[in-house]
Design a protein around this ligand. Structure first.
Ligand code: TYD
Length: 142
């Protein structure tokens, strides 16, 4: 998996003078079934979240309110996405290191996830993550 597999996905918007509406269907608007939803809120100024990668998990990250930066790293390349609207999200595929920072005051980060919480799916050490990426590349070459 590489950064090329991670991209912004635009969701449908039903414009209405009473207020806009957006909806997301698993395996339709996003490329996986939704097994879990979680959100970050009351994030203090200057805080950083993430700092890990996942073996199997795919995620869709949305700035439900406010804004923040998502830094992605596939072990070879890095890219930063600034999220600030609730009608699009960032698809983060497995084996991508992510860090989230620059949260605006009152922001809410919503995450749709392909699997339930499983600590054994995490790489929490960047060195271990990089080694696993290199091993994966070795598998592909052999
Ligand atoms: P973590 O995934 O490290 O948070 P973030 O990536 O947003 O910085 O999770 C922080 C803590 O919350 C950790 O102890 C695991 C726990 N947790 C759950 O119990 N269930 C969940 O669905 C998530 C995402 C985290």
């Amino acid at each position: 998996m590489s950064l090329e597999n991670c991209s912004i996905i635009d969701f449908p918007v039903i414009h209405d003078p009473r207020g806009n509406l957006t909806f997301i269907e698993g395996d339709n608007h996003i490329p996986f079934e939704i097994a879990r939803v979680y959100y970050l809120y009351d994030v203090p100024g200057g805080a950083q979240r993430g700092g890990h990668a996942h073996r199997e998990l795919s995620q869709l990250i949305i700035a439900m309110s406010g804004s923040f930066d998502v830094h992605l790293d596939d072990g070879a390349e890095k890219r930063t996405f600034h999220l600030n609207r609730s009608y699009y999200g960032l698809h983060v595929c497995p084996m991508i290191w992510r860090e989230i920072d620059n949260f605006s005051s009152g922001s809410v980060c919503l995450v749709l996830a392909s699997h339930r919480y499983d600590e054994s799916d995490y790489f929490r050490d960047h060195g271990e993550f990089r080694s696993a990426v290199k091993e994966g590349q070795g598998d592909l070459l052999s």
